[in-house]
Design a protein around this ligand. Structure first.
Ligand code: GTP
Ligand code: MG
Length: 316
């Protein structure tokens, strides 16, 4: 009997030649692990291989993968190495444990003009700064669903951060999405851009506006939530695979069930609530002041920071 070749890379799997491997990698299936947990139908769809071949590849990948267990101390060491993007305000960085973190989704919700987009712009600039200046030395993918991307504002914020404004704008890839399908596709197809451009921050501003407009009423809610769920999973997948930060903005509604206190509630339901690693609630205070409340975080306590939206960007 012929000796079986050790399976180390996805090219070693049965039925996966160089062309198929190329297609799989372009869709984010780069490792044996990613194949081992994949849905065969998805693999077949993105690569053009037959469903049978995809099933076989998944089975073989499952057998070939090994899981490594680590101690809590090792996890702690690794987490110290996670990247963080400064928000521009030290008080806000502090309640976040250093800034907006990579490997997860940070959501900011709040009423109109609360500053969600402005904070996004600041992160677009700061993500490009070197690590010792509060950045990740990376570029940015900005999904603009409300036509609120303002290069002139990026220009002023970048200049104030001591950067060349043109270079800062060049490092931001902007996709203007006018339907939820375009928004979904922009993220589905992001892998190639993320790799080629070294993207360290993905902004979706805003997550829900198109979904809300296109799926009005209770009847459409199931379908909407299903699409939304897949969309958010893909965002988390990007965050995990490329160790990048995902920043999403979200709209709010008044929850009639909350009789006392602030009824402001983010839209999108449980799917968004569970997917966001860190949730922030932003609200207007006097003049340029904004109050940011850390509502949900895996490691940091609930806390508030006061920030300002200045001509130079977000500051204490
Ligand atoms: P929606 O997208 O409408 O839900 O609001 P948002 O939360 O995204 O608000 P956004 O970030 O657009 O904040 C708007 C506020 O930022 C304005 O009311 C201004 O106070 C402030 N702002 C916007 N542009 C500038 C600017 O160029 N300079 C300064 N100093 N402030 C600005
Ligand atoms: Mg906005």
């Amino acid at each position: 009997m012929a000796k079986e070749k050790a399976v180390k890379e996805i090219e070693d799997l049965p039925g996966i030649g160089p062309t198929t491997a190329e297609k799989l990698k372009a869709s984010g299936y780069e490792t044996l692990d990613s194949i081992a947990v994949a849905v065969p139908g998805d693999l077949a769809e993105v690569s053009g291989m037959s469903l049978e071949a995809a099933k076989k590849a998944v089975e073989t990948a499952k057998q070939a993968t090994t899981l490594e267990y680590s101690t809590g101390a090792q996890v702690y060491e690794r987490r110290k190495g996670l990247g963080r993007i400064s928000t521009g305000a030290s008080s806000l960085n502090e309640i976040l444990g250093g800034g907006v973190e990579t490997g997860g989704i940070t959501e900011v919700y709040g009423k109109f003009a609360s500053g969600k987009t402005q904070l996004g712009f600041q992160l677009c600039v700061n993500a490009q700064l070197p690590r010792d200046k509060g950045g990740l030395g990376g570029s940015v993918l900005f999904i603009d669903t409300e036509s609120t991307f303002r290069p002139e504002r990026i220009e002023s914020v970048a200049k104030a951060a001591g950067m060349d404004a043109n270079a800062a704008l060049e490092a931001i890839s902007v996709v203007r999405a006018t339907s939820s399908d375009q928004q979904i596709l922009a993220i589905e197809r992001a892998d190639k851009t993320v790799k080629e451009k070294g993207i360290k921050l993905v902004v979706v501003d805003s997550l829900m506006s198109l979904f809300r407009a296109e799926y009005p009423g209770r009847g459409a809610l199931g379908e909407r939530q299903q699409k939304l769920n897949a969309h958010i999973h893909k965002l988390q997948h990007l965050a995990d695979t490329y160790d990048l930060a995902v920043y999403i903005t979200n709209q709010v509604m008044d929850n009639p069930a909350i009789l006392f206190g602030d009824p402001t509630t983010p839209v999108g339901g449980n799917i968004v609530a569970h997917a966001a690693t860190t949730r922030l609630y932003m609200r207007k205070s006097k003049e340029e002041k904004r109050i940011v409340r850390l509502v949900d975080s895996p490691a940091m306590p609930e806390a508030e920071a006061v920030i300002k939206i200045t001509p130079n960007g977000i500051r204490d």
